[in-house]
Design a protein around this ligand. Sequence first.
Ligand SMILES: Nc1ncnc2c1ncn2[C@@H]1O[C@H](COP(=O)(O)OP(=O)(O)O)[C@@H](O)[C@H]1O
Ligand SMILES: *[C@@H]1O[C@H](CO)[C@@H](O)[C@H](O)[C@H]1NC(C)=O
Ligand SMILES: *[C@@H]1O[C@H](CO)[C@@H](O)[C@H](O)[C@H]1NC(C)=O
Ligand SMILES: *[C@@H]1O[C@H](CO)[C@@H](O)[C@H](O)[C@H]1NC(C)=O
Length: 331
Amino acid sequence: MKVARIGLWVHVLLTVSVLVGAFDPFTTTVLVTVGATLGRTIYKYFQETCDAKWIAFNATGLKVDLDTKLFGQHLASRVVLKAVSGFMTNENPKKPLVLSLHGWTGTGKNFISKLIAENIYKEGMHSSYVHVFTSTLHFPHPSQIDAYKAQLQQWIKGNVTNCERSMFIFDEMDKMHPGLIDSIKPYLEYYDKIDGVSYRKSIFVFLSNAGGESIVQTALEFWKAGRSREDLELKDLETSLSLSVFNNNNSGFFRTNLIDKSLIDFFVPFLPLEYLHVVQCAMAEMKARRLEPDRDVADKVARDLVYFPKSERVFSVKGCKTIESKLDYYT
Ligand SMILES: Nc1ncnc2c1ncn2[C@@H]1O[C@H](COP(=O)(O)OP(=O)(O)O)[C@@H](O)[C@H]1O
Ligand SMILES: *[C@@H]1O[C@H](CO)[C@@H](O)[C@H](O)[C@H]1NC(C)=O
Ligand SMILES: *[C@@H]1O[C@H](CO)[C@@H](O)[C@H](O)[C@H]1NC(C)=O
Ligand SMILES: *[C@@H]1O[C@H](CO)[C@@H](O)[C@H](O)[C@H]1NC(C)=O
């Protein structure tokens, strides 16, 4: 969107020249006309549109990003790549793609959503076709649930009417009223069209900490048995995950028929992060800040975090979440 302002600037510059009387009346008229047309063309050129110029899936890009930027999440990485690639290369999907990401805080759920968006939309998370809803921000008062339901339905309908390749990210699902998520159920189903709008090319991503504990439990058992984290398989987690989410009255999904009816295509588990992953996060953050990645600093940052369970100190309590501020302190 920033570039869109260039058009405006051309316009402003010309108008100013005219106002200070730099040109004779004829030249002025010509300049204003040319300026306005040029401005509009440039504006349109940089204005994001719902077509292949702005929305083009890069499968290689997603794979490279998942391999190099997302640490310690071999399962999430694999599932997301398969799910998104399959969906985006399907010319005629039967329903929208619905992903439910679960896991401990700070383990990369928002981060992976960003990687997905960046490899579909040129503007990434800044795209006007990517929408993030945060429960505590957009739907804070349980008493207003009915108003929220109507509003959310209207937003989704409006946005998909605008562009069928829309992406909706629901953060903090565990803090969302279950009724709210049921209200968008019709959009996630195998309908051809609802009121003339087709939702089949949209992507819905739900993020929640629900199920995080059951994932930690399994990961810890693996660790205690001396088995490699990479040996963890989806089947080790999937059942317990969807059950614990469904039966957890704080998950936002509690007794929703989203799960009943298998409207969620993939449950994606995020493993709790270990010391080495935190070090990797710190190194990546230094790189992002154009600093020379320094392993000693990264170690200091990682040692500064709190790990659990208390006796073994295996997993970072906040994942990679507080790295940024810690890094400020050490660099
Ligand atoms: N697995 C990971 N790999 C790389 N960076 C990560 C990972 N998990 C978290 N981070 C870093 O920590 C920050 C916070 O993580 P976030 O994705 O917001 O966590 P959450 O799982 O709570 O959504 C991210 O912006 C990212 O920089
Ligand atoms: C897709 O991603 C790869 C790897 O990041 C990159 O080299 C390539 O230029 C991208 N392709 C397009 C069309 O953006
Ligand atoms: C799209 O969703 C946003 C919220 O992310 C909302 O503010 C906007 O009004 C919606 N657009 C339409 C056309 O409904
Ligand atoms: C929700 O779960 C908590 C503890 O898990 C329990 O104390 C509470 O009674 C439950 N509420 C409902 C409505 O089931």
